[in-house]
Design a protein around this ligand. Structure first.
Ligand code: MG
Length: 162
């Protein structure tokens, strides 16, 4: 049985993961409209991945015989300016999410909840990748920026993500 505080924390994080998905779906929408086909695909895949994160949290709560409860999802930003803008905002967002997951781990420790602490380790590992991937794409963009063709080529690589 999860404590009230732990349950609320996990429910809130589930909501944030769905928000992350919504945030990325909005980026996919922008990218598609800006003819950035690769980025549109990359963010569409990211949307699905975030919903998977939310489902993982929901399943965990349910496996403990409890209910997470669904709250309203905030409206994501709409004002994007370029592919580089999308990935730098992705990196900033994932850094924030890492902080939230670490807060949850601290809460689990304070609640003496070793089981949830162990459960959250998957998310801690996942966040390393969630920060490294947009950072890697941004690094490539900075190199490619010097010639316009490089950016197009980079976008076409992002189509490959499934
Ligand atoms: Mg996530």
């Amino acid at each position: 049985m999860l404590s009230r505080k732990m349950l609320d924390g996990l429910s809130e994080q589930m909501n944030k993961e769905i928000y992350s998905g919504y945030f990325y779906l909005g980026m996919s929408d922008y990218a598609a409209s800006a003819n950035l086909k690769g980025a549109a695909n990359w963010f569409y895949v990211q949307w699905k991945e975030e919903l998977g994160h939310a489902k993982k949290m929901l399943d965990y709560v349910n496996e403990n015989g409890q209910r997470a409860g669904l709250k309203a999802i905030d409206e994501p930003p709409q004002d994007f300016s370029s592919a580089k803008d999308l990935f730098s905002r992705t990196l900033a967002h994932e850094k924030k999410v890492t902080g939230l997951i670490k807060d949850l781990v601290r809460l689990a420790k304070a609640e003496n909840d070793k089981q949830t602490c162990d459960f959250l380790q998957w998310f801690i590992k996942e966040q390393i990748e969630e920060e490294a991937t947009p950072q890697g794409i941004l690094d490539k963009m900075i190199c490619a920026e010097k010639d316009g063709k490089g950016l197009e080529e980079l976008d076409s690589q992002l189509i490959a993500r499934r």
